[in-house]
Design a protein around this ligand. Structure first.
Ligand code: PEP
Ligand code: MN
Length: 334
């Protein structure tokens, strides 16, 4: 059950509500988000929710059967929009493209990528400065120095930044340089990280876990919302399967299912989804056709020399062709 409180509920009204909930033996969690304050409860028995709805101070009350509550479509019918400021909004009206290298590597690399984004009228750049790598000997990112370089180049061109945060202690130092925090597939169920991101006011994109189910992804998003941050994007990035002909199995089915289950925007990450450069554009288009609100694509001036994920990274001309293709067909597919 979700009880939405009126914006200026009085202490007396809140007391009355708590008394009723106590009498019904309902334990609630109070969630103060930017748009409203909610009381969320997992009901153990049937109750007449009209009793709650009749109380003054209650704006709305909803009974939900989904295990996740605040991110569920059962409660919020309108799709959530993510507003990054300066006119950059992720919503169903357009198919947003976020692109950039897997890893931030140098000032020259950032500047070349930024120039190619500007040329293509793309407003959000991706790039990792904290890299989760399977091998401890692989390139693990430039850290805060890299993020500051990244920010300087993007800020000058009005480009927003999405980058991965790997641990709680990084959230605060990164804050001023980030527009969207990315939670990587290896951290989807790092509940301490999700809780802490729920206390910030910046958008969070959560990737599906490597072997994670759709419901687990939604429950991870619920952690962020229930800690107070409703600015969440869900990202399908492929899951591990028995198939080894490609890096991951991009679960195209997850896109319409996520959109049916949740009001949150869905991002298709075809780069990690298939992991093979020559097929990435087709899978991006498949994501668009399946109903994704946005895509995140790896792009690099010289993918062959990239310090991570070069095998799945588009070069500039491949990227330019993809953008042109998206622009020519998105209206038919959206
Ligand atoms: C990435 O975006 O480069 C990344 C590491 O992704 P994932 O967490 O999906 O593997
Ligand atoms: Mn990558």
């Amino acid at each position: 059950m979700i009880i939405q409180l009126i914006p200026c509920i009085s202490p007396a009204q809140e007391q009355e509500l708590n008394k009723l909930l106590d009498s019904l033996q309902i334990k609630v969690m109070k969630v103060s988000a930017a748009s409203a304050t909610y009381l969320v409860a997992v009901l153990k028995q049937e109750i007449d929710i009209r009793k709650v709805g009749e109380l003054s101070g209650v704006a709305d009350v909803h009974r939900l059967t989904d295990p996740y509550k605040l991110v569920s479509h059962q409660w919020k019918v309108d799709p959530t929009e993510i507003d990054l400021g300066d006119g950059v909004v992720i919503n169903r009206k357009d198919f947003t493209i976020m692109a950039g290298p897997c890893s931030i590597e140098s000032e020259a690399q950032i500047e070349q990528v930024v120039a190619n984004l500007v040329k293509n009228n793309i407003k959000i750049m991706r790039g990792g400065v904290y890299k989760p790598r399977s091998s401890p000997y692989a390139f693990r990112g430039l850290g805060m120095n890299g993020l500051k370089m990244f920010y300087k180049a993007c800020h000058a061109q009005g480009i927003k930044i999405i980058t991965e945060v790997m641990q709680v202690s990084q959230i605060e130092p990164m804050y001023d340089y980030v527009d969207i925090y990315q939670v990587g597939a290896r951290n989807t169920q790092n509940f301490n990280l999700l809780d802490a991101l729920g206390k910030t006011d910046k958008p969070v994109m959560i990737k599906r876990g490597i072997s994670g189910t759709i419901d687990e992804l939604l429950q991870s998003a619920e952690y962020v919302f229930s800690a107070g941050n409703e600015k969440i994007l869900l990202c399908e990035r492929g899951i591990r399967s028995f198939e080894h002909a490609y890096r991951n199995t991009f679960d195209i089915n997850a896109i319409p299912i996520l959109k049916e289950k949740s009001h949150l925007p869905v991002v298709a990450d075809a780069s990690h989804g298939i992991g093979l450069r020559k097929h990435v554009p087709k899978i991006v288009l498949a994501g668009l056709a399946a109903g994704a609100d946005a895509t995140i694509v790896e792009m690099h001036p010289e993918p062959e020399k990239a310090l991570s994920d070069g095998q799945q990274t588009l070069n500039f001309s491949e990227f330019d062709k993809l953008v042109a293709k998206i622009n020519s067909i998105k209206e038919i597919l959206m």
